[in-house]
Design a binder for this molecule. Sequence first.
Ligand code: AKG
Ligand code: FE2
Length: 338
Amino acid sequence: MASASERKPWDSSNLRKYCLNFEEIPRLPFDDPRVDELISSNPVIIEGSNLVKSATDKWNLEYIERHMGVTTNTVYLSRNHKFKYFDDKKIQSRTNPRGVEFSPPMRKVEMKVEEFMKKLREWKRGDERLYMQQSLTAAVGPNIVQDFVGFNWKWINAKQKTHCWGKLTSNLLYVSMEGNVTPCHYDEQENFFAQVYGYKRCILFSPDQFQCMYPYPVHHPHDRQSMVDLERPDHTRFPRFKDAKGVEAVIGPGDVLYIPIYWWHHIESLMRLGPTITINFWYKAGPTTIEYPLKDHQKVSIMRNIEKMLLEVLQDPREVGPLLRNMVLGRFDENPLA
Ligand SMILES: O=C(O)CCC(=O)C(=O)O
Ligand SMILES: [Fe+2]
C-alpha cells in the first residue's frame, strides 16, 4: 500500500470533464538519460530536479503575502473560471483603428499583494475569480529574491546548454484560486513549468494537431489561443477537434513539466483542492537549424509569417481569409484533374 506521503491527494472528482481522452505524459527522475531524449521534441515531467526547492520548502499564500514586496502585481479578474489571455495591442481603439473590435473576457488590474490575498480570503461564490500572474523582477522583496537565487540554476543552465536554447526571457509567478483554467494556447518559447504549491492538471497537444485546434487568426487579440472551448466544443464549427490527440498529467510540488515551444497547453488548478503556485522559466528558441522534412512547429511558424505578411500588404485583416481561400480553393487537391 502507498504510504501517506505517497498517496496522491486528488482523484478524478478534482478534474474537469472533457469529451476527449488523453494519454499520460511520461514522468522521469531528473538523472534518467531519457529526459534529454524526450526534451528534444516532447513534453516530460521531471522529478527530483530541486529546481525550485528553495520555494517548495516554504512558499504558500502567507509567505507570498509577507515577502512579495510593496509594488503592485498583475492580477486577472474573470466572471467565470476561464482566464483566456488576450493581447490588448490587437484591440481596436482610437490609437489603433485597424485593430479588432473585441470585448475582453477578463479584466487585468494592478494590485498590491495584500489586496489580492484579502480578496482571496473574502472570496464567495458569485464574486469575480482572481489569478495573479506576475513577472519576477528585482522589485520583489529580498526574501523572494534570495529564494530565487537559490533555485537550482546549475541544473537548468545545463539543460539550456544541452538543448541549445536561447536566453531566459522571464519567470512568471502564477498564484491561482482552485478551479481556475488557462484555456488551450501555445507560446513561442520553451518552458520549464515548475510547480511550487498545490496541484495543476496540464493537457498538451503537439504542434502537428494544428488542424484540430483551430487557432484564432494571428491579428486577433486571442492570437495563439484555440477557438475551441474544451468544455463545450462546437463540433459543427470545429469538426476536427474530436480527432485531437492530447496528453495530460497532474503536477504537484517539486514536479517540473517541460512544455516544448509551440505545444498547445491547457492548465487547470484542480477543483476543491486549494490554491496553487507555479513559476515558469521561458527560454527563447535556439538557432533554427533547417533540416528536411521541416518540423511541425517550424511549419506553424511559417504559417504565422505568411499571415503577418498578408496583413502587412493587404492592410485590412478582413481581406486575409478571402485571399487565402482564393489562393487554395480547388487548386491543391490531391488528384488534380489535369
Ligand atoms: O499556469 C497557467 O495557468 C498557465 C501557464 C502557461 O500558460 C505558461 O506558463 O505558458
Ligand atoms: Fe502558456
